[in-house]
Ligand binder design. Structure first.
Ligand code: GCU
Length: 579
């Protein structure tokens, strides 16, 4: 909950040196490191040789990818060195942290020439304590960001989205008391609608403290104490809470007060579970009327940043008639889960274990697990998130199954209150489609992508498909879709026209509505998005055109087909379940 903390934003103009040859990291010709850009060196005399100068270098805006800030960085994959100077008068007995919402892909951070640490993974937050290092004035941060794709990376070298590099999320200083509330989680106890489970972790010297938890609106207060490791975990009777749902996204302001710190947050309370092939929200069956979304800024393209982009994307999903969104294929910025909670949208959140990951590389697993832990740790208090997904379209193998099952065990260990899923592999034999991926045995909700009518067969083939499953579990079709160029019209069998895309949606929806164990879908995708794998000039121009809305914000015909379908679903569901 970094945004509720005191401190100072470091967003804005950073100086940046583009360094394709890693020149700034070491200089093999001179010892000691003369060139280390992280020193932000200046010539001491007029005859000194220093071959870089941040203050004379161009500026990049933070947060933001570098690709869409400069024409000559559009395809750039390599290192950019960022520098920001700041002053900060840290009060006595306070502690200061340098917090990054995210940086893609590998970030090495320095303060006043000293290395603070390294972080890998483009979509999860990280921070460093700088209490002992910060000076009242004249500090400088240098961050080396390298977005080169790595075979052993997570994701690996091949993805169908743009490899936006840089300090793509907010950077800020967080100022907290010497002993502060470092972490807390609050949720309805599993299976209960009238009991909360609260855990708190203090960080600092005064570990054993008396604390108070309160929900002002209901008058609920609870006194409790932390043990000598600064930890407390307790259950609190909480009857009469208005439950969070898409139709009624009720948020409560909570406060946790220790003897030395106070933190407040806003969150909803709800239960999500499955029973056989049903998904139950607060004990009632629900159908997940969704859409997939990439973290791409609407209209301007580039990495989405900040609350306006989140609100625009999620409002478009609401206009489509959604009660649910799939945030593909990696943890989105923190505002997405918060805005979804405010607007009333359930969320499928995902780590980028995507396609051909190096399954038998222990370091790749450690990377994936770290990203999973950071995603869960960051968003565990968001009622909007109902599903953690550990993978997308990963080819079946024993190594892949072991890797993913280990991730699932870790996710369940961290969070017993949410559902686990993944976009699994279907078996198609002629017109028979079978859910038989062994991974499904470990999932609560089975996700599956299929592109009948676009990548395989014709749209009308949908009419002949017979679906069956080896598992008595809910199915969510996590992707189907087709591409169309906005404003291009023709016959329904003419590829790239809006009519073709609309026809695929009509045929797909006709097929999907007949699947008795289907409990949701998140068609691919809300908005056209950039991809290096989509070069077709005059049609794709490095955009994946499966959006229901173009990158210029215009709705395609298929938008209205899905909107009508969800409208019918909602009225049918209301009659079927909400009587
Ligand atoms: C795959 C993949 C998506 C990709 C989509 C497509 O299912 O999960 O990331 O963009 O297909 O090919 O458009």
């Amino acid at each position: 909950n970094s945004e509720s903390r005191a401190g100072q934003s470091l967003n804005g103009r950073w100086n940046a040196i583009i360094d394709p040859y890693e020149n700034g990291y070491y200089d093999y010709r001179y010892e000691p490191l003369r060139n280390g850009y992280f020193k932000n060196a200046k010539p001491a005399t007029k005859s000194d040789l220093v071959e870089y100068d941040f203050d004379a270098a161009a500026v990049l805006h933070v947060p933001g990818d570098w690709n869409t800030q400069r024409e000559n960085l559009f395809f750039y994959e390599g290192t950019v060195w960022y520098k920001k100077s700041f002053d900060y008068a840290l009060a006595h007995n306070r502690r200061l942290f340098l917090h990054f919402g995210g940086a893609n892909y590998d970030a090495k951070t320095y303060l006043n020439g000293d290395k603070l640490g390294e972080h890998r993974g483009g979509f999860t937050p990280f921070e460093y304590e700088i209490t002992q290092r910060v000076k009242p004035d004249g500090n400088f941060i240098v961050v080396k960001v390298d977005n080169r794709r790595l075979r052993e990376g997570v994701p690996t070298v091949n993805t169908d989205w743009w490899n936006y590099g840089g300090l793509t999320r907010e950077v800020r200083l967080i100022d907290v008391p010497e002993t502060f509330i470092r972490d807390y989680s609050i949720a309805l106890s599993k299976g209960s609608l009238s009991e909360l489970e609260l855990s708190v972790k203090l960080d600092g010297h005064a570990q054993k403290q008396r604390l108070r938890f309160e929900i002002q609106e209901t008058g609920l207060t609870k006194q409790f104490s932390t043990n000598d490791t600064g930890y407390a975990s307790l259950r609190i009777a909480a009857s009469g809470l208005e439950l969070w749902s898409p139709e009624h996204p009720k948020l409560y302001r909570i406060r946790i007060m220790s003897e030395t710190d106070t933190i407040s947050d806003e969150m909803g309370f709800r239960q999500i579970e499955t029973r056989k092939s049903e998904v139950l929200l607060n004990g009632k069956p629900v159908f997940l009327r969704g859409i997939s979304i990439h973290e791409e800024a609407p209209l301007r393209s580039g990495r989405a940043t900040g609350i306006e982009d989140s609100r625009t994307l999620l409002q478009w999903a609401k206009e489509l008639g959604c009660n649910y969104v799939r945030l593909a294929h990696y943890p989105h910025n923190e505002t997405m889960a918060r805005e979804a909670e405010r607007l009333g949208l359930m969320v499928w959140a995902e780590i980028p274990v995507y396609w051909t990951i190096l399954w038998d590389n222990p370091d790749t697993y450690a990377n994936a697990e770290q990203q999973l832990c950071d995603m869960i740790s960051r968003d565990k208090n968001r009622a909007s998130i109902i599903i953690w997904s550990v993978a997308n379209e990963t080819p079946r193998s024993d190594a892949r199954l072991a890797f993913l099952n280990k991730l699932i065990t870790q996710a369940r260990h961290m969070d017993q209150t949410r559902l686990i899923s993944a976009a699994t592999e279907l078996t198609q034999t002629g017109d028979k489609i079978l859910l038989d991926d062994p991974l499904c045995a470990s999932l609560d909700v089975i996700g599956a992508n299929e592109y009948i009518g676009w990548y395989s067969g014709k749209p009308e083939d949908c009419r002949k498909k017979a679906w069956s499953t080896n598992f008595d579990k809910p199915l969510v079709i996590s992707e189907f879709g087709a591409s169309a160029v906005i404003g291009r019209h023709g016959a329904p069998d003419e590829r790239w026209t809006e009519e073709y895309q609309a026809n695929v949606y009509t045929e797909q929806l006709g097929m999907l509505r007949k699947i008795t164990f289907l409990r949701g879908m998140s068609p691919w995708i809300l908005v056209d998005f950039r991809s290096p794998r989509r070069p077709l000039a005059g049609v794709q121009d490095y955009y994946n055109r499966k959006g229901l809305i173009s990158n210029t914000g215009e709705r395609k015909e298929a938008f209205y087909i899905l909107q009508r379908f969800y409208d019918e679903m909602q009225s049918m569901h209301d009659t079927r379940f909400d009587h």
